[in-house]
Ligand binder design. Sequence first.
Ligand code: SF4
Length: 496
Amino acid sequence: MKKKVFPEVFPIESVIATLKQEVAEYKVPIVDLIAAQTKDPLKVLLATILSARTKDEVTAAAAKRLFAQADSLEALEQLSQKELERIIYPVGFFRNKAKYLASLPAVLQQKFDGKIPDTVEELIELPGVGRKTANLVVAVAFNKPAICVDTHVHRIMNLWGYVATKNPLQTEMALREKLPEKHWIQINFLLVAFGQGTCKPRLPHCDRCVLAQDCPQLGVTPRKVPNTDRNTAKNTAKAASSSGKKFISWNVNGLRAALKKGFLDVLHQADADIFAVQEIKAMPDQLPDEVKNIPGYRAYWYPAQKKGYAGVALFTRKEPKEVLYGLGKEEFDREGRVLTLEFDDFYFITAYFPNAQHGLKRLQYKQDFNREILHYMDQLAKQKSVVLCGDLNVAHKEIDLANPKANRKNPGFCPQERAWMDEVINAGYLDTFRLFNQEPEQYTWWSYRFQARAKNIGWRIDYFVVDAASKERVCAAAIHDDVLGSDHCPVSIDFA
Ligand code: SF4
């Protein structure tokens, strides 16, 4: 194959011109949107503080709630830290951010006569405002030259080889030297939109990128282009764009509790084709209409007979051909553990596997369930692709939990449970996450005790598993450990 030759000097002018056209159709990043809609430096500052480590949809909803109660510094001053926490939840680090917002009016009054300053040096004197936030406020709220280097700008500038830097501050300084000033204000908007839509942090979509001819892709692992024929290895880019589906699975540990912690924000922001939930701990008639009738989705419920216990549900954009409730075995089905949707070319199963429980008291029940569901998957896989997702309540290998030695005899990691995972893999099924990621410390569940989540002392017990013949249909797999609201976090795959 002919080796690709890249221009010696990265063609920044033509690349930026191309990007402007490309992202015109993309979603506008939230802070730019708020700036365009409000033209209010205070609102831009507040939204920028909220947006750090938070998805745009969550920021947008939190900013809307905040502006409804605080559209001026005086109004903001009236809100206590606790009230602010409640208003802005579930943005990332909401407690710290509430603390910053609570102290902001006094500091602004004291240092800047109650006005939002318009220089980076002054802005970084405010609580919760670092260089990134300050640059964004200067550029977006005041339309003055400033380069906001967030993770997308830092990453993309480096993978282009336009800079060679180790951290965002170095990138900002290098760009101040190198990037023509006329591009400073807009570069953040362009690269955030492009980084969210195409040049994603994990598995960027190089196969359909308008910059593929100019980009040296330094240090990049592009996504695999999927295959629609599950029995051949021949991939096509067309297949990726025309039939790619996003599936999410999340053990919500009680849907009524999760609803109070922003479940619907997470679901809308995920924009999945199928969103599976486990451990709903509720009958549908105990749930509000807002979750039973989500616009754009059909919902299917399979609760346990016992109130407040187990249960699974599925939200799907496309109507399935058929819905299969349970495994046909009363001892498992009364606990609402398995729900299946049948589509033209695949079965989608969500399952909440039993916990073997303290002293392995329920190990036998779990092993019986395991045997039954594997048999069920085998039967379905004879007909078409099988996607199984959910809380399998087992960490397969030592890499899948923080303390393997201490947990060898404990539920979730005992030899019998791990042996069943071996059996699943030996039967030809694939743990999709490990197709893409071999790193340690990738967890989906953390105990509520001992600050386990903050310290990342966790377990990977939530999975997407597919039959071997469907391997090429899996384009990406991820763990979304930034999503709060349960002691588990969501996992996902892109499926062609
Ligand atoms: S070719 Fe790939 S790495 Fe380069 S800009 Fe496009 S998506 Fe990003």
